[in-house]
Write a protein of this length. Structure first.
Length: 573
């Protein structure tokens, strides 16, 4: 018996595909189920193929899975785009009569539902998706009362007429499905009760983490797929006296972030690859002037405009080395929605302690995924604030200290006036170009990062440490690929294959000794990552003695567990 059920809803952007999937998600979460969703938007602003996939289970879910069990196709394009995964054992629910007549592959159970026709008969064509939702709730036991509640919640701001129209369409869909003879075996296990969880997207979780960390100023320029972070923070930051600015571009936003940091505020921006590329010079300014700041990069398909709504992990080279000169920074990455909360708090704590830029790498898959997350307790996250001058003696902003970290002084502090500058400077902040000083100041700025590795939880080893003889394959993964590898390892172990995982979150400075320790217990190493050049593999080869087999993927979509399983078996055969 499958332990989980995956439903994919697909159709034309504007037909309410995303809303339909989101409502199924909410209803399943209210039934105490784990959910892991993914969605794809069209690059066009209106129209184009939209898809929403929700995987539900009683067990913890760490990725969207290999495919789907049920496809609900609103149109012919949705059928064609998923046709290759409509294999024996899957189910198709489709609009009939609609704009297509599907050839039903052998072994696929098909349920025709007159979604468009029923909606038109009700003179409410927009409600086509609600007819579909009603049919799905009957066919797959999606909790109907929860669905009725979420329909009201979702549409009440659009007025009672819309709410009632959609509820009527929902009931119509249920009636239509009741006439069908169910021959498949898929049912949502709705026997549970709601847990103390929230359903959040990766972007919303980054925003929540920033609020928990105490962000004061958020300046950003909208860019897919990062914009939702600002949207989320904007709803909460002003309530606590914080400031959110939509800047005129990314250079302005990072500059405003640094200005706010100089003024003593915890500040951040969120962007995607193209925006991070524009921030290079100011990231150097942040390192040179030792200003704490957090820059979230939600990676998308690159280079250039690339694939704005698709997934990649291809900004690691940029995150670590973007910008001229020897410009240091800390680079972190996140695995899943829950991690987005915790790692954003960690990013702020590190920025405040080490007075430097911290880049947090999320990705398109996470941005658009929603997951059930145990409701976080904000008080359970220890917070770090920048070291501030105690007002004694003469103040030198860049005083050489044993740790390399020099106390900061907010503007207006008596005796604390200083210049924060991008020009090379002496301990007092005044310009100074001597070779001795530049050497000393670079040694200071890089020296303070030497304790970062100890300040971040060590990379997780998934499986017993063992020794070379106990583990055939070690899989190194980062970002949301970790969740895919977790499931692949579970499947491989079930087949008796000795394999374990290594999941670093701190990517720069690279925790070399942790990589070496893990590599020493594996006979072979595989490093899957969603970019063309194998970017983390490049750094692992450059900075450690390890020689992992790079497994790059760049199709704008994430790995699936099956892809990892197959690749490991290839290595072993
Ligand atoms: N009755 C009334 N309204 C309904 C409805 C119904 N039965 N079903 C959905 N809607 C509304 C939704 O509430 C939503 O309205 P809102 O935007 O005010 O919340 C709207 O119709 C869209 O529905 P939704 O389900 O959210 O999305 P969709 O599946 O129709 O897909 C998108 C539309 C999301 C693809 C499209 O709106 C979009 O975002 N395009 C931009 C994509 C993009 O960012 N491209 C990259 C640019 S760089």
């Amino acid at each position: 018996m499958k332990k989980d059920l995956t439903i994919r809803v697909a159709g034309e952007g504007g037909e309410g595909v995303i809303s339909t999937g989101d409502m199924i998600t909410q209803a399943c979460a209210r039934a105490g189920l784990e959910v892991y969703t993914s969605k794809t938007f069209p690059a066009e602003i209106k129209g184009g193929y939209a898809r929403y996939q929700v995987r539900t289970s009683r067990q913890k879910l760490t990725n969207p899975g290999d495919g789907f069990d049920v496809l609900c196709a609103f149109n012919g394009e949705a059928f064609e785009m998923s046709r290759h995964r409509l294999v024996a054992g899957t189910v198709l629910v489709y609009d009939c009569p609609g704009d297509f007549t599907p050839e039903i592959p052998a072994g696929v159970v098909a349920y025709p539902v007159p979604m468009s026709e029923a909606a038109k008969e009700m003179r409410n064509p927009r409600a086509k998706n609600m007819v579909a939702l009603g049919a799905l709730s009957v066919l797959f036991n999606i909790p109907e009362n929860s669905l009725r509640e979420v329909i009201v919640t979702k549409f009440k701001r659009k007025g009672e007429e819309i709410v009632q129209g959609n509820l009527t369409a929902f009931e119509k869909g249920r009636e239509l499905a009741a006439t069908l003879i169910k021959t498949d075996g898929y049912l949502v296990d709705a026997s549970g009760t709601a847990k103390d969880v929230i359903v959040l997207s990766g972007n919303q979780a980054v925003g929540l983490g920033a609020l928990i960390a105490g962000v004061d100023v958020f300046s950003a320029y909208p860019i897919t797929p990062a914009t939702e972070i600002a949207n989320y923070v904007s709803r909460h930051l002003p309530k606590r006296g914080g400031t959110l600015i939509q800047a005129e571009d990314e250079i302005a936003s990072i500059s405003q972030v640094l200005g706010a940091s100089y003024a003593g505020k915890k500040s951040m921006t969120a962007t995607s690859g193209p925006g991070l590329a524009l921030m290079g010079e100011m990231l150097g300014m942040a390192f040179m002037s030792e200003l704490p700041c957090v820059v979230v990069d939600v990676q998308r398909g690159g280079p250039s405009t690339g694939l704005p709504t698709k997934h990649e992990q291809s900004d690691l080279f940029l995150a670590i080395h973007g910008g001229h000169g020897d410009a240091g920074r800390i680079v972190l990455s996140v695995e899943d929605v829950e991690d987005c909360i915790a790692m954003t708090v960690t990013a702020f704590n590190l920025a405040e302690k080490y007075q430097c830029p911290v880049i947090l790498l999320s990705d398109g898959s996470l941005a658009f995924s929603t997951q059930t997350v145990p409701t976080p307790n904000p008080d359970s996250f220890p917070l770090v604030n920048r070291e501030r001058w105690n007002g004694e003696g003469t103040y030198h902003r860049y005083a050489l200290t044993a740790s390399g970290i020099s106390p900061m002084a907010d503007p207006g502090t008596p005796g604390g006036a200083h210049i924060a500058t991008g020009i090379e400077h002496g301990e007092n902040g005044q310009p100074c170009y001597t070779p001795v000083n530049h050497e000393a100041m670079q040694a200071k700025r890089f020296g303070k990062l030497k304790t970062v590795i100890a300040d971040v939880a060590p990379a997780e080893v998934d499986g017993e440490v063992g020794d070379k003889n106990t583990s055939d394959i070690g899989i190194i993964a980062w970002g949301s690929t970790i969740g895919v590898v977790r499931e692949a390892i579970t499947r491989l172990r079930a087949e008796g294959i000795r394999v374990k995982g290594f999941y670093p979150k701190l990517l720069h400075p690279l925790p070399v000794s942790q990589f070496e320790a893990f590599g020493a217990t594996c006979s072979r190493l595989l490093l899957p990552e969603v970019n063309f050049q194998g970017q983390l593999a490049h750094f692992v080869r450059a900075e450690t003695s390890l020689r992992p087999t790079s497994f790059p993927l760049c199709g704008g979509l994430p790995f699936t567990p099956a892809m990892i399983v197959n690749r490991v078996k290839e290595m072993l055969s």
